[in-house]
Design a protein around this ligand. Structure first.
Ligand code: DAH
Length: 347
């Protein structure tokens, strides 16, 4: 029996390291240690071993069993590693250059933003920035939008919890709330408080509203704001500037029209429509693009400018809307999905 055990172990040592697949391994395991396996058969012969020899024999069998088991374990571990490697695929060297060698492209919103800033810089506007987390003062109060105005409703505006603090956005009034700015008009106030007229700024940036997402709405989108403050500024100047920027961006055939409207921070106020039927996919005669007006004297007084001396105009518009017109994009959600098939169309 001792010889049989040695022979069995020798056979296993020769055979097991060569096993390469799981079915072969399972079959070999059954052949050695399964209920009908060779080792099991030897163990069953114990009954025939004389009583005196049994302890020694039992010890040998146990040793053989342990040895076999550890060889099987080693094969199993080896197979698991190779199976995993097969799933993972070939080794990757993360330090090698990417096989995707094409250069990146600018996002269409970046393209429109930069083009608008370029057009406005040409006529003396400077780019100004402001925080996306704002206070009620900059977003509403200073813009002559009273506390009971619907735009301030928590249904339209994202307010931040009372206990949150933003070290770099100072509150003007005790007790006022932080919010995500609903428009870039807040930058008008920040700019006027920082400097002296004349002022010519353009401020593109992200804004937030509690809108349900669909093809034309998104809870966060982008606006572009302009403010001009000087002496003797008129509605004619405002209309001329808007004509200039839209013709520059969308082509000479673009027309602009004003419709009377109400904004707390401008008087008179208008909504601005564009006509650009030469553009592909523009089906409507007039498309609303933003709001504008002459800066309200109350706003000037609030920032310490004498409304008897200073005049100005302001306007704000949605960048997505402009990009959609320019490129013939019919769903605002494409801007935010980062689908390369979409993004690669813009150079
Ligand atoms: N803030 C307005 C909006 O988000 C747009 C706007 C209207 C901006 C009139 C202005 C303005 O600067 O004068 O709908």
């Amino acid at each position: 029996m001792q010889d049989q055990l040695s022979a069995l172990l020798a056979k296993a040592s020769a055979e097991l390291p060569l096993l390469a697949t799981r079915p072969d391994f399972e079959a070999a395991k059954a052949r050695y240690v399964g209920p009908n396996g060779e080792l099991t058969a030897l163990m069953k012969q114990m009954g025939a071993v004389p009583k005196e020899a049994r302890p020694a024999m039992g010890k040998l069998i146990n040793e053989a069993k342990t040895q076999l088991q550890s060889q099987l374990d080693a094969v199993h571990a080896r197979l698991e590693i190779s199976e995993l490697a097969a799933q993972v695929g070939p080794a990757v060297d993360a330090t090698l250059p990417s096989p995707d060698v094409g250069p990146g492209t600018y996002h269409p919103l970046t393209l429109v933003r930069e083009e608008m800033c370029r057009i406005l810089r040409k006529v003396g506007f400077m780019v100004a920035d402001g925080p996306e987390v704002e206070t009620e003062y900059y977003c509403f109060d200073a813009l002559n939008t009273p506390a009971d105005h619907p735009a301030r409703d928590a249904q339209d505006t994202f307010y931040l919890p009372e206990n949150v603090r933003f070290a770099n956005v100072a509150k003007k009034n005790p007790g006022e709330k932080y919010l995500l700015r609903t428009h870039t008009s807040s930058v008008q106030i920040r700019t006027m408080l920082k400097g002296e007229p004349p002022i010519r700024i353009v401020s593109p940036g992200r804004v937030y509203r509690r809108d349900t997402t669909d093809a034309t709405h998104s809870a966060n989108f982008h606006q572009l704001e302009c403010l001009y403050v000087d002496k003797n500024v008129t509605v004619r100047d405002l209309k001329a500037l808007l004509d200039y920027i839209f013709e520059s961006l969308l082509g000479k055939d673009t027309k602009t029209r004003f419709r009377p409207h109400y904004f707390g921070y401008t008087e008179p106020s208008f909504e601005v429509d564009l006509s650009a039927k030469h553009l592909p996919k523009v089906k409507k005669e007039w498309i609303e693009i933003g709001g504008c007006g002459m800066v309200d004297p109350t706003v000037f007084s609030g920032v310490g400018y004498d409304p008897e001396v200073w005049t100005g105009y302001a306007f704000g518009m949605g960048l997505e809307r402009l990009a959609m017109l320019l490129y013939g994009i019919d769903d605002i959600r494409y801007f935010y999905q980062n689908d390369l098939r979409f993004l690669k169309q813009f150079a």
